[in-house]
Design a protein around this ligand. Sequence first.
Ligand code: SF4
Ligand code: SF4
Length: 433
Amino acid sequence: MTNFDAKNPPKQELIDACVHCGFCLATCPSYRVIGKEMDSPRGRIYLMDAINKDEATIDTTTSQHFDSCLGCLACVTTCPSGVQYDQLIAATRPQIERNQPRSLADRSIRALIFNLFPYPNRLRILLPPLWLYQKSGLQQLVRNIGILKKFAPRLAAMEAILPSITSLAPQNNLPQVIPAQGEKRYRVGMILGCVQRLFFSPVNEATARVLTANGCEVVIPPTQGCCAALPAHQGQEAQAQALARQMIDSFIDKDLDAIIINAAGCGHTLKEYGHILADDPEYKQKAEEFASKVKDVQEFLAGIDLTAELHPLSSAELTLVYQDACHLLHGQKISLQPRQLLRKIPGVKLREPMDASLCCGSAGIYNMLQPETADELGRQKANNLINTGANAIASPNPGCSLQIKKHLELKGSDVTIFHPVELLDYSIQGKQI
Ligand code: SF4
Ligand code: SF4
C-alpha cells in the first residue's frame, strides 16, 4: 500500500477543477454497468484526490476502480466544467503499474498481450497455428464445450474476438510510395497499424486506393511499428515511449502534408505523442511536430475536395448506421466528418442508433481484461445497432468492429460491418455490397 510516487502524479489543479456535479455519471459506461460511485468519473477523481492527500492508498481495492475505467473519454465530452479526466487517468495508470503488484493471473495475461499485440512480426508467427485451430473445427469444439470460459475467462474473451484467418501469411502488398492518380495534390504518410495490417489488410489497401484516387501520393515507411496505443492506455510508459520514438523516426524527414491513420484508437494515441514524450528532451519537439500532422483518414478526406467520382453501393437505397468509436468521438472530437463522407455516396441513407456515444466495451484490450463489463456493453451496443434496421454498419476502429461482430453473431444477426473507407473505396470502384 502506497501513495502516488513523485513521477508525474495526477495534477492537483486538474483534480480541483471537478465540482462534483455528477453530470458525467449518466454517460459513463463503467458506472452504467457496475453502478457504483467509485466506478464513475467523479468517484475516481475523489479517489485520486484522496491518494494525493494521503487519505487513501494505492491498493487492491482502489486500483480496481481505476482498472474498471474503459478510458472511453465520454466524461471529458460531458463535463460542463472542462475537467481533463483524460490527463488525470493517463497520469494515474502508470502509477498503478509501478506501485500496485498484480496477481499472477493478471500479470500473465498482460504480459501475453503487451509482448504480442504491438509486434506484427510476432503476431505473424501465430497465424498458421490459429488458422489450423479455426479450420480443424477445434475452435468450434472449444466454444461449444465452453472450457476456456470456465477455466480462463480472459483467454476465452480473447479467443471470442479472434478474427477469421483467411491467409496464412498476409503480406503488406503496399509499396513504399504509391503515386497519386491524376494531378498530385498532397503527399501523405500512411500508418499500417499492427493488428490492422495482419487482420484487416483490406482496410489498409482501401485507404491507400481512396487517398490516391483523390490526388494523394501515399508514403508507407517500412520501418514503422505499433503506434503505442495498447501500452499507453494501460500505463506501460516505457514501452509506449519506445514505440512512439520508433514511429517518429520512421516518418521523420519524409516531407509530408499529413500522416494518415484509419484506426480511431491509434489515431488518438498518435495525436498524444507530445504528451507521451513530454519528458524526453531529444524527442519532445519531434513528437509535437509529428502529432500535429496526424489525421484520421475521414478527418482528412472530409477536409479536402474529393475528386474521385462516387457510385451507388446498391441498386436500391442502402441504409447504413455509423458506429461512433470513442477515441474518434470523444478523443478526437470527430463525428460529423464520417457521416458527411458516407452521405456523399449516392443512395446511402444514414440512421442513428440509441446511445450512439456509449462505448461498445472494446476499449483497446478492456474486453480481454474485464470481460463481464465489456460483454454487457457489447450486448447493448449490438441491440442498438440492430434496432436501427440498417443494412450494414460502418465502424472506424478494428477493436470496435471485432467486439460488435462477436455480439451481433451471438444475437444471430448477419448485418455486415465495414470500415467507412472500404465503403468509399467500393463506391469509387463502382462495386456493389
Ligand atoms: S468530472 Fe465534470 S461532470 Fe463529472 S462530477 Fe466532476 S465536474 Fe461534474
Ligand atoms: S473514461 Fe469512460 S469509463 Fe472512464 S470514467 Fe470516463 S466515461 Fe467512465
